[in-house]
Design a protein around this ligand. Sequence first.
Ligand code: ATP
Ligand code: ZN
Length: 283
Amino acid sequence: MIRLAIQKSGRLSEASSQLIKDCGINIVNGKGKLKATASNFPLEILFLRDDDIPGYVADGVADLGIVGENVVAEKAKDIHIVHRLGFSKCRLSLAIPKADTYNSIADLEGKHIATSYPNILGDYLKEQKVNANIHEISGSVEVAPSIGLANAVCDIVSSGSTLFTNGLKEVEVIFRSEAVMIGSPEVNAEQQKIIEKLLFRIQSLQRAKNNKYILLNAPKDQLDAIIELLPGMRSPTILPLAEDGWYSVHSVINENDFWDKIESIKEAGAQGILVVPIEKMIL
Ligand code: ATP
Ligand code: ZN
């Protein structure tokens, strides 16, 4: 049995529960509870405040946890990142009132900065050799300059719209974050096996998300040129069509170079191109 801690309610909650569900793990009675058990996997879920998750994992109360990397860095506990999950991407940035001028980080010398991340900010300022006064506040950091509490803020940003509506501008990105799976340093061999089984499923899902299944029709004389453009998992599947001189080609292509590939495949003479999502991808 392993215990996985996820955020009880917040920005990570839904994606964390969905990930477990997509792994084919069925959680009974999860809603509103502190703890839930999976019916078809040796897993218990603990629903906690995200800030508490690194501590619980470090203490061994939970074996695994899903949190933002920003929280892991801030808490600096004895835990390790087991796997990067790719969701809840955001950055921790310094922002100042829109009207203020900014040339470099040296402009913050002697200033007051409000943040919920005093450790990450402190390390950054030390590295930049800037002396500033850090004011730790736990929420609504973005209003600090307008109420005269600070000259600048260091806060989580994704689109920047919260900063903008509070009359602030982003001037430095000091940390980039995404949701990560963290693990306790002390798990036994049996638990390690369960963790690997879970990670295997997560990796299959992530791979599937990053790839697309592609089907297309190709004339015989262009077949080699088109195959050349399609790496596939091993090599593409080629099936003859009912119409003489034409083939159906099936392959897998990466999401990243998807549009470039499609263009060159089309130029090479492919027709009737179909692209379909992949649910799971096992190598
Ligand atoms: P809790 O009540 O559990 O302490 P919280 O208010 O500290 O919750 P949330 O706002 O739910 O935390 O954010 C959780 C995590 O989601 C953050 O630590 C960060 O990694 C990520 N995150 C925060 N804001 C954003 C955003 N705007 N876009 C994407 N990810 C974000
Ligand atoms: Zn929190």
